[in-house]
Design a binder for this molecule. Structure first.
Ligand code: C5P
Length: 222
């Protein structure tokens, strides 16, 4: 049992990409490194929170003092999130794959001849974990925070996303390749709440985590 301003608070953080298998050796994924989510989990644990970090495949060590649950696919992540609550606060930084291949081949899909047609891949939508967590109900976390990685119209897209998903806050960032943010150590975010749009200066992902953890602490104490 830890001391600190978030002692006794149960906080969920999702992080990393998900891997959606095509066959036993291939998968669809994205470029998420998991760094922002891991930094947040560490920052919240430092303030005494009971943190559950549910992460897709990343190459980062689990931060000290958090309950770390690893998964691969979106559906596994959904099961861990729904099976380990309820939480006071949920923060979804994971870059969950929006779609997965409809079928996972039991054996490696073989190329039989050099000029064979490529196999078609049919995609189906994955569950939206953030939207599900945001759904009103007795177990809804009091504060649900989404992240929005955008490459254009960052504030417009993220504001629309906040409403569509039903979460309370959205942390938006511009992940266009020239920003170096995806996979990098720094982040530049905009915090969108029901009544405010706040631009934060560029800072380390650890500092974004600390600043957001401090904001959550204030919100919970109000
Ligand atoms: O993929 P999208 O831009 O909609 O993701 C925005 C937010 O939704 C992120 O917080 C992400 O973690 C969350 N998300 C989720 N489950 C999905 C897709 C996204 O929790 N299937």
């Amino acid at each position: 049992c830890q001391a600190g301003p978030l002692a006794g608070r149960r906080i969920l953080v999702t992080a990393g990409p998900t891997h959606e298998p095509l066959d036993p050796v291939r998968y669809l994924a994205n470029r998420s490194s998991g760094q922002q989510g891991f930094a947040l989990a560490a920052g919240l644990a430092d303030l005494g929170a009971s943190v559950t970090l549910v992460s897709g495949p990343v190459s980062l060590p689990a931060p000290a003092g958090v309950t770390f649950l690893a998964c691969e696919t979106a559906r596994e992540m959904q099961a861990l999130v729904m099976g380990n609550g309820p939480f006071d606060v949920a923060i979804c930084t994971a870059a969950v794959a929006d779609w997965r291949p409809e079928h996972e081949a039991g054996q490696k899909i073989k190329k039989t001849g050099a000029y064979d047609a490529a196999p078609p891949i049919t995609l189906v939508p994955n569950p939206d974990i953030l939207a599900e967590l945001s759904t009103k109900g007795p177990n809804r976390p009091r504060l649900v925070i989404g992240f929005a990685a955008e490459t254009e119209n960052v504030i417009g897209n993220a504001t629309a996303k906040r409403q569509r998903k039903g979460c309370d806050w959205i942390v938006a960032n511009d992940v266009s390749p020239q920003t170096g943010i995806m996979g990098g150590m720094e982040n530049q975010v905009v915090l969108i709440t029901p009544d405010n749009v706040e631009q934060w200066p560029r800072m380390s992902k650890a500092d974004v985590a600390k600043k957001l953890a401090a904001r959550i602490t204030v919100w919970l104490s109000e």
